[in-house]
Design a protein around this ligand. Sequence first.
Ligand SMILES: Nc1nc2c(ncn2[C@@H]2O[C@H](COP(=O)(O)OP(=O)(O)OP(=O)(O)O)[C@@H](O)[C@H]2O)c(=O)[nH]1
Ligand SMILES: [Mg+2]
Length: 235
Amino acid sequence: MFEGGAADLYPARDIDPDLLESGRRLFAREARFVAGVAERGALPADGLPEIAFAGRSNVGKSSLVNALTGRRMLARTSNTPGRTRQLNFFNLGGELMLVDLPGYGYAAASKQAVERWTGLVRHYLRSRASLCRVCMLIDARHGLKEPDRGMIQMLDQAGISYQVVLTKTDKLGATELMRTAARVAAELAAHTAAHPEIHLTSAEKQRGIAVLRAALAAFARSLAAPAMAMAEGPS
Ligand SMILES: Nc1nc2c(ncn2[C@@H]2O[C@H](COP(=O)(O)OP(=O)(O)OP(=O)(O)O)[C@@H](O)[C@H]2O)c(=O)[nH]1
Ligand SMILES: [Mg+2]
């Protein structure tokens, strides 16, 4: 049986079992570390469609990449905020590139480090032709905070479609979670580049992982569809 379903999305919606299966298959493919990039000049060549994971430091980006790929240690995680200091690229079965971004809003970071990070991420978001979607991670306990709004503004300006993923849902009750999800959804409604559905996840408890895999697989498929249609030629 597939895990995951209606309750892992806000608003709740049933997920097509075929899509869950496509998601499972896509993320069962081998995930391979390709590059860790700390400067603009070192970005790998544009190629596979990319999905980047953005969010505040310690929100659970690296943990989510690990949960999606079913690999505990693929992306390095830590209790200490600021663990990921570079853009880490992972090739998923030659079909997708997953990009684990360094977190923002890390209070203990020096001004210089923040400026370096912001410059690098902004450059990546603005110039990356292969970047198709950003998963914008928000801690379910906290909802949107000022630094998240800064990131959303950056995505809006760069014209990149993004979807919000609430993390660490195991740390709060169902009522509180629904309240946060509703608040975040209301704020996102004004942003056209934001995907209207919010994913409810816990990397720790594996909640919402199957549904997020399905959504990303559907997205990858939608990217491939025009190319396939062209390859098949006019009917
Ligand atoms: N309870 C719970 N803890 C989680 C979950 N996801 C991540 N964590 C914990 O949160 C901490 C930070 O996780 P990371 O995945 O390293 O966070 P990150 O966003 O990659 O952090 P930076 O690389 O510093 O930006 C770790 O101690 C994780 O074990 C979750 O779903 N539930
Ligand atoms: Mg990280």
